[in-house]
Design a protein around this ligand. Structure first.
Ligand SMILES: Cc1ncc(COP(=O)(O)O)c(C=O)c1O
Length: 402
């Protein structure tokens, strides 16, 4: 461990609140699909800042938009009309069937907004006394009090924060009967990720999504899709719900929206959008001119360069290559799953040591749920990087003792 690294660890201990279990790595520079540590050593990035920098790091075209806009106008507040927000909204709405957007600053804030909108629409427009939000086990929706309550996980994320807000129920993943057994006239919305990211890269089945839409009709409730991780081409379509052919009442976006600048969006159908009125919801920073201009450029690039198709093809390529690992190490690799470039390689054993060795060999990926190597690389990753990663993983697995 270099002296630079020891210093940064010590400084952080003295300066920051202790909330993160960090990787044993300090990054000083990032470019394309590469990260560089304090000593200048290079790493292949299969994490993209946790599915954020989908177009790669430190792009000159995005930096140009950022600096041009920063010289013109950074922040004036949502008291004013601003074309930058509208240009972005127009582009985003052209990618899906939503009709209105609310801009905010993060995934949690987008989900918080979605939950608030669902409740307010139900009480004010529908005039129904239905406030329950149903979510799925192992889901992840954020760290605000409401979104952590919606999150279907226990442990430190919820520990010590009682009392949590009422009106949330969590049901087992992809289990139609369990869902049917809790939905009632009190249900305001069912909230799902089409592919659970933090929860271990688990796509919902078509049958389950059909059942959700059936319940929507039966109980006149809202369907909220959390696309914070899956949106913006990550899964091989612009939005993951488009794989399932559904039109959610509300869906949320964040992570890749401004390729690393903090931004979130709540995307809403015309009907549910009636739930908000001036003064009912707001944010100081949401939809600021710089992030909006950058996000508009992100959407343009994603469309001009067919990034969704690229993600789909590359995902298929990784799956076919990784299937070889399953054949070679059936006792160590349980399978590969996911959509597009949101992929999980499931090990049969605790994966910390494998993950650590990958990092030592200069491949950065994420370990989730203890056994799943989650790959969420920049969507512009090259095949050779993937082949190098899989060859390295193959070597590690060969030697791994389980
Ligand atoms: C599906 C999903 N929803 C919500 C969030 C929370 O987003 P943020 O960390 O930007 O608040 C995340 C973050 O990982 C996520 O993956």
């Amino acid at each position: 461990m270099s002296i630079h690294f020891e210093n940064i660890v010590q400084r952080e201990k003295e300066l920051l609140c202790s909330t993160y279990g960090r990787y044993p790595l300090a990054i000083s520079r990032a470019e394309g699909c590469r990260l560089y540590d304090l000593d200048g050593d290079e790493y292949v990035d299969l994490l993209a800042g946790i599915a954020v920098c989908s177009l790669g790091h430190s792009r000159a075209d995005l930096a140009d938009v950022m600096s041009e806009q920063a010289r013109k106008m950074v922040h004036v507040s949502n008291l004013f009309y601003q074309n930058e927000q509208l240009d972005l909204a127009e582009k985003l709405l052209a990618t899906c069937e939503a009709d209105r957007v609310f801009f905010c600053n993060s995934g949690a804030e987008a989900n918080e907004g979605a939950i608030k909108l669902a409740r307010r629409y139900t009480s004010k427009v529908k005039k129904k006394d239905a406030f329950e939000i149903v979510t799925l086990e192992r889901s992840f929706h954020g760290r605000t009090l409401c979104t952590l309550t919606a999150t279907g996980q226990s442990g430190l994320i919820k520990d010590g924060y009682d009392p949590l807000p009422p009106g949330f129920t969590t049901v087992p993943f992809d289990d139609v009967d369990a869902l049917r057994s809790v939905v009632s006239d009190k249900t305001c919305a069912i909230m799902v990720e089409m592919v659970q990211g933090e929860g271990g890269v688990r796509p919902l089945s078509m049958e389950y999504v059909d059942a959700v839409m059936e319940l929507r009709r039966e109980f006149d409730l809202l369907v909220i899709v959390d696309e914070v991780q899956t949106g913006l081409c990550r899964t091989g379509k612009f939005w993951a719900h488009q794989h399932y052919g559904i039109k959610p009442d509300i869906f949320t976006s964040a992570k890749a929206l401004a390729n690393g600048l903090p931004m979130g969006a709540v995307m809403v159908g015309k009907e549910a959008a009636q739930g908000f009125e001036p003064g009912s919801h707001a944010t100081t920073f949401g939809g600021g001119a710089v992030v909006s201009a950058v996000a508009a450029k992100v959407v343009d690039i994603m469309q001009d360069e067919n990034i969704a198709e690229r993600a789909e093809e590359m995902g298929k390529f990784i799956k076919s290559q990784a299937a070889e690992l399953v054949r070679k190490h059936p006792e160590k690799v349980a399978g590969v799953r996911g959509l597009g470039l949101l992929l999980g390689i499931e090990l049969t054993f605790e994966g910390k040591e494998v993950w650590k060795q990958l990092l030592e060999k200069r491949f950065v990926c994420n370990l989730t749920q203890g056994r799943i190597l989650r790959l969420v690389p920049p969507l512009v990753i090259e095949k050779q990087d993937i082949l190098d990663f899989l060859a390295c993983l193959d070597g590690i697995l060969q030697k791994a003792e389980i």
